[in-house]
Design a protein around this ligand. Structure first.
Ligand code: ADP
Ligand code: MG
Length: 593
């Protein structure tokens, strides 16, 4: 064991240093620009740095969480006017004014973000555009404060930031800080949860990700960065009017993320530099910049849908070993699952759930006991998945109760189920394809984290400790299911059967008291089904109550302690495997013998 731990730390250092190389290279180039006497390019680079301050935060919203916020120029406008007006009209110190711009931006970020909780895709995109229009109109109309169409001088900073070089270095420092913070966020439970919301929302909720709270936090943070960017933008422009905040800017911010690649920090950073510099290479093209962006976007979407980040992702092009076999290591279970003394049952009483006229479940009683495997079988459409959804809070029964011991679980409220001790897998695996296998498993441990977003952004000790512990635990879970060799591989490169085991590893992360498996053997080979059966039994003997939905009757009768047979949403029979196999109705209706 000590040897393995040592080997891992030795590996970890060069790899993270390797990942940091491009950022340091960029920083070096940035610092060399003014030294090389490149005054013109220093101004362009100042603008790129300011844009990146905004885009780095927006990247968490768009690239990670997948929210189509296209009107972010509104927050830049608000930040610019807040800083300028405070300095010009109230004599506030420029740095205080920048802080105020951050606060206004953060609040506006939440306002822009609220609709995202109800609206999806382009409906949400339209609201952000609407917000941008309103902000520009207000800036035009509120002449007493904003100067209307005449505008207002931007804040001028005191020495040493009053020169082009000094201001440039300030912007570079802020851009570097933003890069560092968003990288920290990306490699944390926050970043992983955001991507999970984007690509596997239901699985994210089953893992305890509270979407609303998380999105609001991220809108708050990205809004604050956009506000600061606005203040810097006003300083750079030295005079702002509503015309300065064109829709082109919004397009640039948004497209930088698409071109850069979703779920990457380096990609959008490079794309921001590219898009800022692009029109400068050919002055006559400036008027065509929107057209250029659109053309570039089209080319990227057609040729490399994953964006710049995908081009730079060399690791994913290496071939995976073929002929892989999933061999669980059951002896590792005690290292992962250890329980207190709780011996509470999970009980369903009188659950009834209809979809319109379809009675998916019709007065169901069910008892799951810790330490047992309970089989749930029945023909297609008999209500098995719906039963799981009722337990997990994804479907809200019209009547009935779900209890663990003496505690009644609230109906619905799926994100609270993980904390209540319920884990599950899905009939079709719900995995974040673009994330690595180990990241997918770590999503399962989301509720174990305590560090706040601020601690994460600054990688304070509690965050680092939790992150290391979570990674260790996820590695143990992967070793348990026999997939540790694939930990760093993008999950969408795995075979279907491997994904089933990844889901089990993910579900085990928070030590569930009850584990619900929805047809885990579907698509597995005979030998894999056998290993799955052994794993399921071992998990239950560790103290977890397992509910196993399955079509493979052999597996059910081999591993279950008790079996419930559903038909048309009602219990047809319930008992030990022997009783069920002898049950006349079951044999006639279901087993077909
Ligand atoms: P099983 O998992 O046993 O195959 P399900 O629980 O998925 O069955 O479905 C039970 C019944 O409920 C089926 O008739 C199905 O068509 C219906 N049903 C399930 N989910 C929905 C839904 N979201 N909307 C409408 N009907 C649904
Ligand atoms: Mg089903």
């Amino acid at each position: 064991m000590p040897y393995i731990a040592l080997a891992r730390t030795r590996l970890a250092v060069p790899r993270s240093m390797f990942a940091a190389l491009p950022y340091f290279a960029l920083l070096l180039v940035a610092l060399a620009l003014p030294l090389a006497g490149q005054e013109y390019w220093t101004v362009i680079a100042t603008r790129a740095a300011i844009y990146w301050v905004l885009v780095s935060g927006l990247n968490l919203v768009v690239g990670f969480a997948g929210q189509l916020a296209i009107g972010y120029v509104a927050l830049l406008t608000l930040g610019a006017y807040t800083a300028s007006v405070l300095v010009e009209r109230a004599g506030v110190h420029p740095f205080l004014a920048l802080a105020a711009a951050a606060v206004v931006g953060a609040m506006a970020g939440v306002v822009v973000g609220l609709p995202a909780l109800r609206l999806r895709t382009f409906y949400f995109a339209m609201t952000t555009l609407g917000f941008a229009t309103i902000v520009t109109q207000v800036a035009l109309a509120w002449t007493g404060v904003t100067g209307g169409g005449i505008g207002v001088p931007g804040p001028s900073l005191a020495a040493p930031f009053d020169t082009a070089q000094g201001f440039y270095l300030l912007c570079i420092a802020l851009a570097a800080a933003c890069t560092w913070m968003t990288l920290n966020a990306a490699n944390s439970r926050f970043g992983r949860s955001l991507v999970a919301i984007r690509d596997a929302e239901v699985a994210a909720e089953a893992c305890g990700v509270a979407k609303a709270r998380l999105l609001m936090l991220v809108f708050l943070f990205s809004g604050a960065l956009a506000g600061i960017a606005g203040g810097l933008f006003a300083t750079l422009q030295s005079y702002i009017t509503p015309d300065a905040f064109t829709f082109d800017l919004s397009v640039l911010f948004f497209i930088a993320i698409l071109i850069g690649g979703r779920g990457s920090v380096l990609g959008p950073l490079l794309a921001t530099l590219l898009l800022t510099a692009l029109p400068e290479f050919a002055a006559p093209l400036v008027a065509w910049s929107t057209f250029l962006y659109a053309a570039l976007l089209l080319v990227i979407v057609l040729l490399v849908p994953g964006g710049i980040a995908d081009v730079l992702d060399f690791r994913s092009r290496r071939a995976l070993p073929s002929g892989r076999a999933v061999v669980p290591r059951i002896q590792l279970l005690p290292a992962l699952l250890s329980y207190g003394v709780s011996r509470d049952d999970l009980t369903l009483r009188g659950i009834a759930l209809s979809f319109g006229a379809v009675r998916a479940i019709d007065g169901l009683d069910l008892d799951l006991r810790p330490g047992e495997v309970h089989g749930l079988i029945g023909p297609n459409g008999s209500g098995k998945t719906t039963t799981l959804n009722a337990i997990c809070g994804f479907a809200v029964p019209q009547s009935g109760t779900v209890r663990i011991g003496g505690t009644t679980l609230p109906l619905g409220a799926a994100p609270r189920r993980a904390a209540a001790g319920i884990g599950r897998t899905f009939q079709t695996p719900r995995i974040v394809g673009e994330a690595s296998v180990i990241d997918n498993v770590m999503i399962g441990g989301t509720i174990l984290g305590r560090a706040t977003l601020i601690e994460t952004l600054l990688t304070l000790p509690r965050h680092r400790r939790e992150e290391a512990a979570l990674r260790d635990r996820a590695m143990t879970a992967l070793r348990l299911v026999g997939l540790e060799a694939l930990a760093a591989i993008r999950a969408d490169r795995l075979q279907h059967s491997e994904l089933r085991f990844v889901e089990i590893a993910r579900a085990l992360m928070p030590t569930p008291r009850f584990l619900l498996l929805d047809e885990p053997a579907a698509g597995l080979s005979a030998i894999e089904i056998e290993r799955l059966g052994q794993l399921v039994v071992a998990i239950s003997r560790q103290g977890t109550g397992v509910l196993l939905v399955e079509h493979h009757a052999d597996l059910i009768f081999a591993v279950c302690d008790r079996v419930t047979v559903l038909n048309l949403g009602q219990t047809l029979a319930s008992g030990t495997p022997a009783e069920i196999q002898a049950h006349r109705d079951v044999v006639e209706a279901y087993l077909g013998r």
